[in-house]
Design a protein around this ligand. Sequence first.
Ligand SMILES: [Zn+2]
Length: 290
Amino acid sequence: MIPEPLVESRQLGHWRIHAIQAGGQALDGGAMFGVVPKPLWERRIAPDARNRIQLGMRCLVIEHDIGPILIDNGAGNKEDAKFHDIYGVENAGEEGGTRLDDGLRSIGLRAEDIVLVIDTHLHFDHAGVNTRRDESGAIRPAFPKARYVVQEGEYHYATHTNERTAGSYFGHNFVPIAEAGLFDFVSGEREIVAGVRALPTPGHTPHHQSILIESAGERALFIADLAPTTAHLPLAWIMGYDVEPLVTLETKRRVLARAADEGWLVVFEHDAKTAWSTIVREGKGYQLSK
Ligand SMILES: [Zn+2]
């Protein structure tokens, strides 16, 4: 199933921001909720006959003063049919492209217009459209005029995999970007461009980053896999995919507290329904603002 709508837009301070739903993905519900028992998680997101839950692959475009910035870019279309079946990836767009292309077109943008691509991390469902295959079969940067930003540690981690981590990292999504000299690697917390800040949020991967956007006193957090869906707001609801789940726990404790106390708009990358919301404290955890 392809989650709808394709694009949701709103104002954040001076900037227009657009959440583009770059397709659907269906992953094992148990893996998505780690140690949380099925009787609890299936009340939040019901599984299909293969025990998979429906997810989205949401990306964010910021109409920044320097030009359009894209945060994450979905799974792309370089993988084969078996891969798409296993992970339930449904993201084919019109005109032979992907849903991301459709979404960009619907807000009046082409790939050539993007000036900056930010990768929260390099897993295939987040960085799959860093590159694309051209008509000759060659793999090329998908955004030819853009610089790309990722944490330097994440690039190292993605290129030095082990038996547990290799299934999530496909070199053709990021090695050609490095070889073309298009990556601007960052280390730790820093402002990438005015109002767009890399916030290290380790746990899912050791160098995973969330992106904090601030304009005219309004703030939004592209939280990525620190809380992939709104069902992951309770502190202990942590994915089995995370390589350091207890680090995720402490990162969530710290970041969700700031998000709630300072009224940040949280953008949920993998939620099939909810693009964004502010959050409030509830007992020992958090929930969406009513
Ligand atoms: Zn991931």
